[in-house]
Design a protein around this ligand. Structure first.
Ligand SMILES: Cc1cc2nc3c(=O)[nH]c(=O)nc-3n(C[C@H](O)[C@H](O)[C@H](O)COP(=O)(O)OP(=O)(O)OC[C@H]3O[C@@H](n4cnc5c(N)ncnc54)[C@H](O)[C@@H]3O)c2cc1C
Length: 221
């Protein structure tokens, strides 16, 4: 099924990431963490959908997406960032295996934080954030989405790490087995992983090397 939405406003969140606020189509429902295919309702993009993750909550009256622009291919994200309020968008039914399945640790790379942003916002709305951790890797501090909001929810349980810079008080390194051993508070809960395929594969391998069971892992298949 396809749902029609209208762009209401855009706003920069980082130097290359925008928040897009859309009308919420009637009958469109999803679970925090799920993705949808987004198309622009014009001749060039009507048949070319790309997956993005709603970051607003199912009870909100508007839909929010947080979208990074990749200028290299002149693709949909470039066109989405150039849209003006009033533009028409088409959304698919929601899909995906990332949904909340119990307390634990969220591990994300870059803008693939978006499924966990939706889930954390839902947990915050339910006053149920305690007992969760977020490990988030970015190239540098300027790439972090919604840093203040994440720290507001999680405090010291929001662990930021940067692959291209070292900052006092922050970890300047990749997430590997040693990083997991020194930062994860408990290996008994769920682990939610989202990022490029190679990132997800390597985190899954590290976690299973630390005796985490496959049934504790939630990621996009
Ligand atoms: C289930 C799912 C949910 C997603 N949710 C979000 C979301 O909420 N917000 C968001 O910003 N993105 C999200 N993505 C990633 C998003 O789908 C891609 O960034 C988008 O499809 C790129 O489209 P494009 O046409 O602009 O780029 P293309 O023209 O397809 O690619 C142009 C170039 O950009 C680079 N590129 C494109 N995408 C990526 C990427 N993800 N990582 C690294 N390099 C890339 C590559 O170099 C590529 O050659 C999600 C992906 C999946 C699978």
């Amino acid at each position: 099924m396809s749902y029609d939405a209208t762009l209401l406003m855009t706003q920069f969140v980082t130097h290359d990431v925008q928040r897009l606020l859309l009308t919420r189509p009637e009958g469109f429902d999803w679970q925090p963490g799920q993705g949808v295919k987004v198309r622009i309702d014009n001749e060039e993009w009507r048949d070319e959908g790309r997956p993005f993750t709603p970051t607003s909550l199912p009870h909100d009256r508007l839909l929010e997406f947080v979208i990074k622009r990749y200028p290299e291919g002149d693709g949909l994200t470039v066109a989405l960032h150039a849209l003006k309020p009033g533009a028409g968008l088409k959304l698919s039914d929601p899909f995906g295996t990332i949904t909340y399945q119990g307390s634990g640790t969220f591990i994300a790379a870059g803008t693939r934080l978006t499924p966990f942003l939706g889930i954390l916002r839902q947990l915050a709305a339910d006053d149920a954030v305690k007992g969760h951790q977020l490990l988030l890797t970015n190239k540098s501090k300027r790439d972090v989405i919604c840093e203040k909001e994440l720290q507001h929810y999680l405090g010291a349980d929001c662990v930021l790490t940067f692959t291209r810079e070292q900052e006092p008080g922050r970890q300047g390194r990749r997430i590997d087995a040693d990083f997991l051993k020194s930062h994860v508070e408990s290996f008994d809960g769920m682990f939610y992983i989202c990022g490029p395929d190679a990132f997800v594969e390597s985190i899954n391998d590290h976690l299973q090397g630390l005796d985490v069971q496959p049934k504790q892992l939630v990621y996009e298949h």
